[in-house]
Write a protein that binds this ligand. Structure first.
Ligand code: LMR
Length: 396
């Protein structure tokens, strides 16, 4: 039965981990996957998470099945983070949230649900976008196109081209938007541009789907929810996938959520009933641990403050790696101005390195990056940054 099965290509991001792990060189650096490492090169266990986990361990909670839509305290915590505790949307019962298996799992159940609602719609992702967006929505059965987004010349968003393109779309088209810390470019829209995108979605009858995997990595929890709040104020219906993989450093626990904003409480009841069918036929119900830890942190004022401070430290360290890399490249005589790296937001820099240069970094220096030139600044530290700067200067 497997004789005709062809070898699939490695995943463009997670496949790099496989190659990195198989690399036997003593000194190697993984700037591929979007994972935060501390200055010791370790994935941190946040103190807030540790404290919540210790309390859970001491309580020895039972391990029954969760509700199909997951932990209610967790789902409420997700809504508060996205919309603010005083949100009218939440009070009106217009938000349906289901715990999901990371941001990817949230996109998947959102895609499957949308496929049942409107199988002939086209999904549009930014050009460029996170590599898995196209794959997820194609796997859900959609045709996937892209909208203009990044302008390599300005290293910013080509908003005029993006807006003109969105204005030409058919009603019902599904638009995947990066709510903050655009992956891979780090180039975000301004608050005013977000306001215009909301109006275009209203005018053209588009279905907005916000992907929020990096809340807290640009400016902070509140400031990074500008896009979500602009849509929330619009009265439109929309989708949000969110993730705590990065912000809680809980990657492997797969802690994410899908939130769907409906027109009314009554509509929410019907939407949730159908979403539950989608989840039940995917993975039945989500695992307990990660969601319970996040819920405990968000519900405790002390742990929440501790978490936000730790998240702030991650954000500040990434920024210092950005400026450090720019300085070190200049100090090595690199003629090209890399100061744009300090303007980009989130974990990534879209360096402009070519696929050939990325390949050379890997084969000659053991430095792994995505072939598009995306590097993860959150994997730089004071022990590897000089080595990386040397190597980049040489391949340039
Ligand atoms: C990334 O973009 O590297 C992360 O979001 C991890 C992933 O799942 O691809």
């Amino acid at each position: 039965i497997f004789s005709a099965v062809e070898m699939a290509p490695r995943d463009p991001i997670l496949g790099l981990n496989e190659s990195f792990n198989a690399d036997t060189r003593d000194f190697k650096v993984n700037l591929g996957v979007g994972v935060y490492f501390n200055d010791e090169g370790k994935i941190p266990l946040l103190a807030a998470v540790k404290s919540a986990e210790q309390a859970r361990l001491a309580a020895q909670p039972p391990r029954g099945y969760q509700a199909i839509e997951g932990n209610p305290a967790y789902n409420a915590g997700v809504q508060n983070l996205l919309f603010g505790a005083e949100s009218e949307l939440i009070a009106a019962g217009r938000v349906v949230t289901a715990q999901a298996l990371g941001g990817t799992g949230a996109l998947k159940i959102g895609g499957d649900f949308l496929q049942r609602l409107n199988p002939n719609a086209t999904v549009y992702i930014s050009n460029p976008s996170w590599e898995n967006h196209r794959a997820i929505f194609e796997a859900a059965g959609f045709k996937v196109g892209d909208y203009p987004y990044y302008d390599a010349a300005t290293r910013g968003v080509d908003f005029a081209a993006m807006k003109a393109f969105l204005l030409g779309l058919e009603a019902g088209s599904i638009i995947i938007l990066h709510a903050c810390c655009h992956n891979p470019t780090g180039a975000d829209m301004t608050d005013a541009q977000w306001g215009e995108v909301v109006e275009v979605c209203r005018e053209r009858g588009l279905v907005p789907f916000l992907d929020m995997a990096y809340q807290g990595f640009a400016e902070g929890i509140d400031a990074d929810s500008v896009a979500v709040k602009a849509f929330a104020a619009s009265g439109l219906q929309f989708f949000i996938s969110s993730s705590f993989s990065k912000s809680f450093s809980l990657y492997g626990e797969r802690v994410g959520a899908l939130s769907i904003i409906t027109a009314s409480k009554e509509e929410s009841g019907r939407v949730l009933s159908q979403l539950k069918r989608v989840i039940r036929t995917n993975y039945s119900n989500p695992p307990i641990h990660g969601g319970a830890v996040v819920a405990a942190v968000l519900a405790s004022p002390e742990l929440r403050a501790m978490w936000e401070a730790e998240l702030g430290e991650m954000r500040v360290r990434i920024r210092s790696m950005r400026s450090g890399l720019v300085e070190k490249l200049a100090a090595r005589g690199v003629a090209q101005d890399f100061s744009f790296v300090t303007q980009q937001r989130g974990m990534f820099s879209y360096t402009g390195l070519t696929a050939a240069q990325v390949e050379k970094l890997q084969t000659e220096y053991g430095i792994y990056a995505v072939s598009t030139g995306r590097i993860c600044l959150a994997a730089l530290n004071n022990k590897n940054i000089d080595y990386v700067a040397d190597a980049i200067a040489k391949v340039l």
